[in-house]
Design a protein around this ligand. Structure first.
Ligand SMILES: Cc1cc2nc3c(=O)[nH]c(=O)nc-3n(C[C@H](O)[C@H](O)[C@H](O)COP(=O)(O)OP(=O)(O)OC[C@H]3O[C@@H](n4cnc5c(N)ncnc54)[C@H](O)[C@@H]3O)c2cc1C
Length: 454
């Protein structure tokens, strides 16, 4: 558990921080780190696999609890699919262990290299949000170690919902009991179709998304005019045994993915220029089938295409990139279209963007998902004028009654953030009770004044 100052940063491009990293092996060691912080007047933030894009899991000059070491499996019931695990275990590890036994994680983000603690703290969503909600909806109970000691929390308590989506600011989650999802096979039965523009896409998704457990659209943000928002929609369900050819049924549940070749270490310039991205997007659109039904795809191809390329984020070159994700309520489709239109007309180099339809939110005050359209896009920071562009998007989102996602943010203005999250004051009251010593904080919390009551 001995700490030393190390440079930590987010996945996109955030100013890195020197932090005192502690790697506790037991719950008791977490308690001891908290006691040390109290005595030395330091603050703490827990960190998982560091896959949040901005500064959520760093705290310059202070203590970072690297929770990856808390990765035990405490129990599993293979009849019901209820598992009890350390918060540092990754979704990748859970899939490797439980997919062959017929259980899948209830929610997976676009990368499986996230920890259970990070998934709860950001209340992550997947392609099944419109059907199953976010990660917190599948947590039966959790153990939190905060400044007031060890707490066992379940969904009947407001402290549980302040921790779900609470970005590590209520304490360190050390373990969780989760309901996994039953599967017959490790394949997904996928329908792919192209949408010619954004209106076409919206009408297909509105009419038929609910027929699928998983749904996502990949949008070409560079095309404009009559091609504005042209997309490839992929939707699917876990394949049943009877969907597999007979010769594949013996090895129906298999999960042992390899990570592909790594991107070259810090290329001196980004190969992603407006021209190469435009060419890629066009090739990708026409290479995708205009309509293909019932294709059997592996979990990695369907859920985690980027995990197949090691260090793909380095492809953006030394200046890095900024990820931006927002949700606007249903009925605010004009705001969505305006953002797609502005992006296609701007000089931003934006690779494929991802559009999903969110279903109902949960009781968490700071959770991101709420009913509406959510778009996630990357912008290479070599492009001209990204600050003005993002400020413009913030205003469109706010005016439409939407919000940005904290796990992806590195630059929103504090006043806009609090306007987008009207339940922030309610969360602050609970958080102040849970952490009266104000021990837990993060660079993100400081940047956005999340802990400062107005
Ligand atoms: C390629 C890629 C695709 C992604 N796709 C999606 C997506 O589809 N949907 C989505 O919702 N997100 C997505 N994300 C974001 C990612 O799922 C979240 O940022 C997630 O929180 C990362 O988990 P982590 O373990 O890396 O946590 P970190 O990034 O290390 O931390 C994230 C937050 O969780 C807190 N935290 C971590 N561990 C604990 C703990 N033990 N106790 C208390 N708090 C803790 C941290 O303090 C921090 O505030 C994606 C990220 C990448 C890189």
């Amino acid at each position: 558990m001995v700490g030393r100052f190390e440079l930590v940063s987010g996945w996109g491009r955030t100013s890195p921080s020197y932090c005192d990293i502690r790697r506790p092996a037991t719950d008791q060691e977490v308690v001891e780190i908290i006691e040390t912080a109290k005595k030395t007047d330091k603050q703490i933030i827990p960190r998982g696999l560091g896959r949040s894009y901005g500064d959520a899991a760093q705290l310059g000059g202070n203590i970072v609890i690297d929770a990856r070491s808390l990765d035990h499996i405490y129990g599993c019931d293979l009849e019901s699919g209820v598992i009890s695990v350390g918060a540092g275990i990754s979704l990748d590890a859970l899939m490797r262990i439980f997919v062959p036994m017929g259980w899948f994680v209830p929610v997976t983000p676009g990368t499986r290299f996230v920890t259970v603690g990070g998934a709860i703290a950001a209340d992550v969503h997947g392609k099944n949000h419109h059907v199953d909600g976010s990660f917190g909806n599948h947590v039966i109970s959790l153990t939190l170690i905060g400044s007031s000691g060890v707490m066992e929390l379940d969904p009947s308590s407001e402290d549980f919902w302040a921790t779900v989506g609470g970005m590590g600011l209520t304490g360190t989650i050390v373990r969780a009991t989760i309901q996994m999802s039953k599967i017959e096979t490790s394949l997904i039965k996928v329908d792919t179709e192209r949408a010619s523009d954004i209106d076409d896409l919206i009408s297909i998704m509105e009419a038929t998304d609910d027929n699928y457990k998983y749904s996502v659209a990949w949008i070409d943000l560079i095309s404009s005019g009559k091609n504005l928002g042209r997309s490839v929609l992929t939707r699917g369900d876990h394949a049943l045994l009877e969907d597999l050819p007979i010769q594949k049924r013996k090895r129906a549940r298999y999960f042992d993915p390899k990570v592909g070749p790594k991107a070259p270490l810090s290329p001196p310039f980004s190969p992603l220029t407006p021209l190469t991205v435009k060419t890629f997007n066009t090739l990708w659109y026409y290479k995708s089938p205009s309509r293909k039904l019932g294709e059997l795809q592996e979990i990695t191809k369907f859920f985690h295409p980027l995990d197949g390329v090691g260090d793909w984020n380095k492809l953006y070159g030394p200046k890095g990139f900024c990820q931006y994700q927002f949700v606007v309520p249903f009925g605010q489709e004009d705001a969505l279209k305006e953002i797609i239109d502005v992006t296609s007309r701007s000089k931003m180099t934006s690779f494929l963007a991802v559009l999903k339809r969110f279903g109902e939110g949960n009781a968490s005050h700071l959770s991101f998902p709420s009913p509406g359209w959510t778009l996630a896009l990357d912008v290479a920071l070599g492009s001209l004028g990204p600050a003005k562009y993002f400020d413009y998007l913030d205003n469109v989102v706010l005016k439409a009654g939407g919000k940005i996602y904290l796990a992806k943010d590195s630059r929103v203005r504090p006043d806009l953030f609090s306007a987008m999250y009207p339940n922030l004051p309610k969360w602050q009251v609970i958080r102040d009770r849970l952490d009266p010593d104000n021990l837990f904080s993060s660079d993100l919390a400081k940047r956005l004044s999340i802990l400062e009551t107005k």
